[in-house]
Design a protein around this ligand. Structure first.
Ligand SMILES: [Zn+2]
Length: 373
């Protein structure tokens, strides 16, 4: 008998011809025999360090690919932390390109707000902190709970503002907690475990483009590390636990730091934490400015995990899919999302350019919409 929502569904999935990258709460525990620290750092000053630990037999190309992916993030953020990531390369299930799981801590909304306030450095940080909901409890637009006022499991949304556990808790990746000082930067916890499938053809060196028929290994590794750093949504937990066995609202203590910036036309200043196919967007000013859209769920949404940007709109590397031959790059939207959840940018943009970034996703979205007509 289930007494808690399962986190096991919080995985990326995979479908052809575009490939989904897995991420989520599943812990992948394996014997680890080969240690890898990134020794060769770029010339610029940085403190975000990755400690990749690979299983015995992992190819040097894969190890080097992870190091290159880590360097991409290290060049963007300066937090004085070490992120420990176990990596392995093995035959995963059919249709699975890769998978990742992140360790998490449960902390209070108040602690999170205090940490975000103490950690703010960029213009976006200042907007984000100033627009967080006040008081110890968040208001969430939810649905499909056991105790929904519309009936158990009902799809109709309601405003959950009763101030209980899920309104007052944040489930934060340990890497994110390190960035915010909630965990010590050198805490030895394994922050994430990432597995790649040997059943696909990979291009380990994208410097000359991604060979047709192969996948961008460094790009996918960069994506998975992005999840580890905190690009996740707890909506995937609700989405995966609302098809027969229902749970009370207060059991869904899975609001992520990034979810603090998840809004919709219907939610307004409240967080949109419902599992359905309405548009949900990233906003750093309490929902007023519509930023890039998020995916909204594999069960009740658009078929993609809520822990991603909307699919195929060119929003950023946290897009849920990639195609063979497609190079994957970190975008300004990706950087802003990680910036406002607690990562400190290596270079802080001025007011104007920061505002411009908010509109960037919207412009990209509009362009794609026109193209589909
Ligand atoms: Zn993903």
């Amino acid at each position: 008998m289930n007494t808690h929502p399962s986190a096991a569904r919080r995985q990326d999935t995979l479908s052809g011809p575009r490939i989904l990258r897995r991420s989520g709460a599943k812990r992948v525990l394996r014997a680890l025999t080969v240690g890898l620290g990134i020794a060769a750092l770029p010339a610029i000053s940085q403190a975000l360090t990755f400690n990749f630990v690979a299983t015995s037999g992992t190819s040097q190309a894969a190890i080097d690919g992870f190091a290159a992916a880590g360097t991409r993030w290290s060049s963007l953020f300066t937090d004085n932390v070490t992120i420990n990531i176990n990596i392995d390369f093995s035959a995963l299930g059919a249709g699975i390109l890769g998978q990742a799981g992140s360790a998490q801590v449960l902390t209070s909304f108040t602690n999170t707000k205090n940490a975000l306030n103490a950690d703010k450095t960029s213009f976006a940080d200042n907007i984000a902190v100033a627009n967080l909901q006040t008081g110890p409890a968040m208001s969430l637009l939810m649905n499909r709970t056991l105790n929904s006022p519309n009936g158990a499991g009902n799809a109709t949304t309601f405003l959950d503002n009763d101030g209980d556990a899920n309104n007052t808790s944040i489930r934060m990746n340990t890497a994110n907690a390190k960035a915010l000082g909630i965990l010590a930067g050198n805490n030895p916890v394994v922050d994430a475990s990432i597995s790649f499938s040997t059943l696909f053809n990979w291009d380990f060196d994208g410097s000359d483009g991604i060979t047709a028929g192969t996948f961008d290994f460094v790009g996918v590794a960069t994506h998975e590390i992005g999840h580890a750093l905190g690009f996740t949504s707890g909506v995937d937990i609700l989405d995966g636990n609302s098809t027969g066995t229902f749970f009370r609202d207060d059991q869904f203590t899975y609001v992520s730091t990034l979810d603090l910036f998840r809004h919709s036309a219907e939610s307004g200043a409240a967080i949109d934490w419902a599992a359905d196919n309405r548009n949900k967007y990233f906003s750093i000013d309490g929902g007023v400015t519509v930023g890039p859209f998020f995916s909204n769920g594999t069960t009740w949404g658009d078929g993609r995990q809520a822990s991603h940007w909307k699919d195929n709109l060119g929003i950023g590397i946290m897009d849920p899919t990639s195609a063979p031959g497609e190079p994957l790059a970190i975008s300004a939207n990706d950087v802003m999302a990680l910036d406002v959840i607690g990562w400190n940018r290596a270079s802080v943009p001025d007011h104007a350019s920061s505002l411009g970034l908010v509109g960037l996703g919207v412009a990209a979205l509009a362009a794609m919409r026109r193209r589909t007509k």
